[in-house]
Each structure stands twice: as C-alpha cells, then as structure tokens.
Design a protein around this ligand. Structure first.
Ligand code: AMP
Length: 113
C-alpha cells in the first residue's frame, strides 16, 4: 500500500525506532507514547484492520501474539502489560494498517476510555 505509513515503516521506506523485526512483522516505538513503554507491532503485509483479517492470516496472527510476549520480556514488562487492537471508527483506530499496541511500565485502568 503506497500511502500507508505503517507499510512504509515496516518496509524501511521510512525509518523508525525499532524494537523488533523479522521477516513477517515489525515493532517500533509509538510517536506519542501513552505509557512509559509503548510499542506498535505490525505485520509487514498490509492488512487494514483486525476486521479485515482472513483465515489465511491465522499463522501470522499467532506469530504476532507470541512475539509480543517476547518483546514484553525484552522491554522488562515482568509486572504485566496491556495489548490493544483499536478497530474501526468506534474502536478509535486512526491508522488503517493492523497494529497491536503493547503498553507497559504503568498500572492500567479498567474500563478503558
Ligand atoms: P490507532 O489510533 O490505534 O490507529 O493507533 C495509531 C498509533 O500510531 C497512535 O498511537 C499514534 O501515536 C501512532 N503513530 C502514528 N504515526 C506514527 C509514526 N509515524 N511512528 C510511530 N507511531 C505512529
């Protein structure tokens, strides 16, 4: 996707501050962190949102979840963390490329805003 900012970051067309990368996914620090640790994890393949995932994305989604656990450990989030996938308008999604927010190093509130 030519105009997708997260495609550009994930494929190094635009450089970012990366926390992790492999052939399937990229993780980089959020520009406007909402917690002391705020990492965005995105697939390199363009998928608009969680709502646009398909059966064929099952292995990719499982890979992301398992890597989030590793990134959380690398970031020192042994006390816990929150993973958020804002989806669509009501979900508060502002970038139309599937991404997982990994938030940590502070206590989270419930219910979320
Ligand atoms: P969402 O509102 O769930 O779509 O989240 C989008 C997130 O991307 C927000 O937390 C933004 O701060 C973050 N963001 C937008 N552009 C960039 C960028 N170029 N580099 C890093 N984070 C970004």
């Amino acid at each position: 996707m030519e105009d997708c900012i997260f495609c550009k970051i994930a494929n190094h067309v635009i450089e970012s501050n990366y926390a992790y990368e492999d052939e399937l996914i990229s993780a980089f620090y959020d520009l406007e962190p909402q917690a002391p640790v705020h990492v965005l994890i995105v697939p390199k393949k363009h998928i608009g949102s969680l709502d646009e995932t398909q059966e064929e994305d099952s292995a990719l989604l499982a890979h992301i979840m398992l890597k989030i656990k590793e990134i959380a450990a690398k970031e020192g989030l042994e006390k816990g963390y929150r993973v958020v996938i804002n989806t669509g308008e009501d979900g508060g999604q502002s970038v139309h490329h599937l991404h997982f927010h990994l938030l940590g190093k502070r206590a989270m509130n419930w219910p979320p805003g």
